[in-house]
Design a protein around this ligand. Structure first.
Ligand code: AMP
Ligand code: MG
Length: 277
């Protein structure tokens, strides 16, 4: 089975059963993955260039949105650096979503999301997303249950609208074990070059893992639709999660059936003009 097919969330799948150390769809080691990653990154960069070119030259209105969710230290930043970093930044629109600002809080929770959507021809990257509004918000009851409870259907309707507008959503939920998270947070504390990534609040969120597990389960159960399915990416092994997200993006772009846009000018005539110019 392909990596992308193996990672798709299926109704009935349980967050508690996820083997965060597994490598679904890939039965090799880290050193086997390295050359595969290099080759697949090139493939991704090629497909992204096609997406961008078709918008520029043929007014193709389609786009891709990568949605990254995961607990602290799950490796979202590494996906941005290593997977998204392999493509031309010209065609990428990256946004990270933290605690809402006062201005953002004064608006509907989808307000800041809509403003960050990728333009046609681009790959949008959401480092956290509107799903925080049914994750941290649910865990901490930042709004009453009837308010966050209404958001699942609302998010589905919102995503339906995006898909109908020509956007392909690649929704990725990254899961690491509590042990692996502890190791990653300890590394951040031990390494002065990683202190900037450390937030004392990460430990408070970690202590809420059982509640987060429930919130993730509800998110996957209620918002994995046929038009915008979730993918569950085991992320204890970072080399695997990077390869997996690369494959998910490739699969999405290949389904768009892109080819080089034909010239909308007379090539022969232009060559003649150029020779004389
Ligand atoms: P980081 O991704 O490390 O920069 O952390 C961002 C923090 O902001 C995380 O703890 C998120 O859960 C939190 N956050 C993101 N979106 C929201 C939201 N809508 N409401 C409350 N907290 C949020
Ligand atoms: Mg953080």
């Amino acid at each position: 089975m392909s990596i992308a097919a193996a990672l798709r969330f299926n109704p009935g799948d349980k967050v508690a059963d996820i083997d965060t150390n597994a490598t679904p769809g890939f039965d090799g080691s880290k050193s086997d993955a390295a050359p595969v990653q290099a080759e697949r990154s090139e493939r991704l960069a090629h497909l992204q260039e096609l997406l961008f070119a078709n918008n520029k030259a043929a007014d193709d209105q389609r786009s891709v949105l990568l949605v990254l969710q995961g607990m602290d230290a799950a490796g979202k930043g590494g996906i941005v650096k290593h997977v998204v970093g392999a493509v031309n930044p010209m065609g990428v629109r990256y946004t990270s979503f933290g605690k809402p600002t006062e201005e953002e809080l004064a608006h509907h929770y989808l307000w800041r999301i809509r403003r960050a959507l990728p333009p046609a021809g681009h790959i949008g990257v959401f480092d956290r997303s509107h799903y925080e509004d049914v994750l941290i918000v649910r865990v901490h009851n930042l709004v009453p249950p009837d308010v966050w409870g209404a958001r699942y259907d609302e998010i589905n309707a919102f995503e339906r609208e995006l898909v109908d507008g020509g956007m392909t959503l690649v929704k990725v939920a990254m899961f690491i074990s509590l042990d692996e998270q502890k190791k990653q947070l300890a590394e951040r504390l031990d390494d002065p070059t990683k202190h900037w990534k450390y937030n004392p609040g990460d430990i408070d969120e970690r202590l809420q893992w059982p509640k987060y597990q429930e919130a993730y389960q509800a998110m996957l159960d209620r918002t994995s639709t046929d038009y915008a399915p979730w993918h569950v990416v085991p992320s204890d092994r970072r080399w695997y999660s990077r390869l997996a997200v690369t494959e998910l993006l490739i699969t999405a772009l290949e389904a768009m059936d892109l080819s080089w846009p034909p010239a909308d000018f007379d090539i022969k005539a232009e060559k003649k003009r150029l020779a004389k110019a």
